[in-house]
Design a protein around this ligand. Sequence first.
Ligand code: NCD
Length: 325
Amino acid sequence: MTQADVTEIDPNRPAPFPRAHFLSAADLNPATATELLDLADTYATLNRAGAAPLDLMRGRTVVNLFFENSTRTSASFEIAAKRLGAEVVTMPVAASSVKKGETLIDTAVTLNAMRPDVLVVRHAASGAAALLSQKVGCAVVNAGDGRHEHPTQALLDLLTLRRAFGDVTSLTVAICGDVAHSRVARSNVALLQMMGARVRLVGPPTLIPGDADRWGCEVFHDMREGLAGCDVVMMLRLQLERMEGALIPSTREYFRFWGLDREKLTWAAPGAKVMHPGPMNRGVEIDSDVADDLSVSLIQEQVEMGVAARMAVLASLSARTEAAQ
Ligand code: NCD
């Protein structure tokens, strides 16, 4: 579907989400992912036009339950839900009973008893969202579980790429840096490969997962070789909070070999674009000079598309529950 056809999609009549929950990129297939992207494109257009909130989720409640820090993801789920007309409760977990020792399951079951329609969960443990989905009666969206998955990030990245390049099937995407600790990398590899793109992993051996050969990606331990011919350079944050022991000599040394700057970007294909899920460590994995140059950087666009992609997910999950009622 081209951008021109997108206007024919009715933003008020989303196709039902293919599953009861959105836990993993593998919950989608090329057809359902494309349907979500088309819907998200219409929401992006409405958002840019400053349109009034839709009525699609009027009377529905979305609960944001973030056990890990978040700026972009939590805010964009909240804005997305409000633009669809839903009520949103963002749980300040730091001030909740979790600090009194209540478990993840107890917290979720308690919130579930208040009958929300969607629970958006971020947790440090891999598998947390899947576990919750078995304990609650509402739809669960995984907003990041440990180093495992972050499927809405992969969807918004795909939306950003489709808008920038049109066709994603011919793209070569280099995912660079701390792949080992990255849920963004895992979800992106799955979704990009599903859509036909080629994906490379580029980073020092200590930051590339031991089982990377089974991911179906080419692996490079040299930045120049890894970036050669790439259309997209997706940088990842050094996720120090998940590292056990010193996996890099120093952040200065890391920047010298692995930090994306103007010179290293010339190693990629002409016209290559730069992405980063945020939050960025400027001067560690990316230089401000590249990150802030709108002629190459898609980073702000990623943030904007985060709202549209999450609107598409929430709207189609609601359409599914409505169809089941
Ligand atoms: C990412 C995350 O939390 O996994 N950030 C995000 O959601 N935008 C990446 C990161 O924390 O580095």
